[in-house]
Design a protein around this ligand. Sequence first.
Ligand code: C2E
Ligand code: MG
Ligand code: MG
Length: 737
Amino acid sequence: MSVSGKKETNDPPLREAAEALLAVALPPAIAAPTADDLLHELRVHQIELEMQNEALRQAQLALEVSRDRYVDLYEFAPVAYLTLTSDGIITEINLTGVTLLGRERNKLLNKSLRTFVIADAQDRWVRHLMGVKKQDEKSSVELALQRGDGSVFHALLDCVRSESRIRVSLTDITQRKLAEEELRIAAVAFACQNGMVITDPQGVILRVNPAFTHFTGYSAEEAIGRTPAMLHSGRQGPMFYQQMWATLKMKGYWQGEIWNKRKDGQIYAEMLSITAIVNPDHRITHYVGSFTDITENKEADAEIHRLAYYDPLTKLPNRRLLQDRLQQAIAATTRSGLHGAMFFIDLDHFKALNDSRGHDIGDLLLVDVAQRLREVVRERDTVARQGGDEFVVLMEELGTSAREAAVLAEHLGDKLHAALTAPFNLNGYEYHCKTSIGVGLFHAHDTVEDLFKHADLALYQAKNSGRDKLRFFDPAMQVTLDQRSALEAELHHVITRKQLRFFYQPQVDAARRVIGVEALLRWQHPQRGLVAPDVFIPLAEDTGLILPIGNWALETACAQIKTWESGALTGSLQIAVNVSARQFRQADFVAQIQRILADSDANPARLKLELTESLVLDEIKDTIAKMLAIKQLGVLISMDDFGTGYSSLSYLAQLPLDQLKLDKSFVRNLPGVNKDETLARAIITMGLGLNLNVIAEGVETEQQREFLDAHGCHEYQGYLFSRPLPLVEFEAFLQSV
Ligand code: C2E
Ligand code: MG
Ligand code: MG
């Protein structure tokens, strides 16, 4: 190739140089090339060669770059590439694959891919491989593979046959698998037994589950697009929902019990938890509510509550609930400034009724008493049963001053008392119930304990002052209470410490001859001196100590009869012994007397038992039978305190009595007080009419004696003749008259 051959070079300066060279060196006449020409030719050729070399070098460089890029692309591809033989042996694997399988390349090459598939999935892989061999299209399989360190990951393998090889691209899909699993779990959880609601941040329902429909009656179509307000029962006020939303916004979670309304209008209770779902920007995207129907639990709770706070028999609040109510009542008085009152109501002799008539009859009485008390009080007052035969009535808002409250409380107390006075019909058995009532007033700053103590103390006073009474608490009672408990502790030892004494009070006839005595108990206390029976007998009755004490009285009286038997002045004396209700009610009371008489060898005709009216009337049939049995033993019976118990004549006529003892309360005002004169006369006439001996007690004056004598009563006991005397003094007294 020559320069004149118009070889175009890309190098303008070189071409210019050659043309210039030819133009100068070759005159137009000369055609043969010169040495310079050849030299030049050579030079040009040389330049051309250099240029070709350079291009080759450039191309080689580009090739190298491209090959490196390919290797990079291959080795570091986001997916693993493997080339397998048709039997699944790995012949090539890229770096991503090496990393994914967690083994060195030489531990992978020439190994079957199967060895890296977990045991359970190997068969599936083998089957898949056979399929790939038979078809041209790409086909995929998901397998769990094991890394070098033993850990397992999930992989998606896209396999395609290429001539006799199989190319595999392998992607780690562990994350996707986990997400899928979570979705599956969430889906199952959503279809669970709990009612589920998903709402948007505004509370608009997006999804509900079948349990939601089951509980509420609303289908998904009916619920979606509305808000849970569609379930409002109206039982919770707006405050409730405001607080719920406030908690949700603040804590992202709320749980509680809520009353909702089903589609059919039925109200039900649900235990609801609401969770706010937040996105990574901390914005709430959804609320998820989950609930269960707890109506049945609620009903069971209510039953448990009823059992815990109410008396099953009378359905009245029990002591526990009463304490709560009292606490509230005291708090209310603090706010209102008004006073309240608590009434302790005790049924006198309830135990005797229970013992003799059976618990069923006792229960009937308690139920009737509860009913009557409820009828008397206002709606807002509380009637409670403390246990046993003790009822409590709590009344609030009685007045601004303690005085006013006390007047009202007395009035209400009388009403309560009156309500229980009318006879009870207990399965055909007519029962007259007597009640003692203790009242404690309360005001701000009182404590529940104090109030219980006060009312209890007032009740004790009511019982102590003869029962069937209403008593208010006053602070002096506290002292009495303290003494009472001290006394009670000591009373237990009264017999073993030989502290009981009999004082004997003479009973005389019209000629003032001593015909007998009443044996009256005294407690010879080492510090207190002589304690009167009015103080310790009620205590002994309450504690049951009256039984051994009563026994002591009978034994001592019989022993005294025996001792006196041979005395000239004492041989014909009768000893009257008082018997308390509890003592008399013992099933073996008659047998006890019989035994004591036999043991002491005392003459039964010298022993007289004094029974009281209330004792006799409580249990008339049983009493008559016992009295007859006692009389069979030859022992006499006197009715003590006669006239105080309002016994009816028909009852009196049935009783096998020997004597009526006119109570000292009638004697006191004789003569002069018209009413008492009439009563005393009537009682004497009645006694004589029934052929009974009549004796008057509490005779203190000659006028009294004369009046009694004039009206047919010729036997007397009282200070006019003698006070009760210790044995020795009494015996001396006998000598002196
Ligand atoms: P009670 O059986 O009615 O006894 C009569 C009470 O009247 C006696 O009181 C007696 O001291 C008192 N008294 C006698 N004459 C007069 C008088 O002229 N004027 C006045 N104002 N009182 C007079 P006491 O000894 O304090 O006994 C009180 C009650 O204690 C007795 O009343 C009786 O119910 C009970 N009691 C006494 N001893 C026993 C006992 O051994 N067993 C039982 N269960 N009770 C007893
Ligand atoms: Mg007596
Ligand atoms: Mg008496």
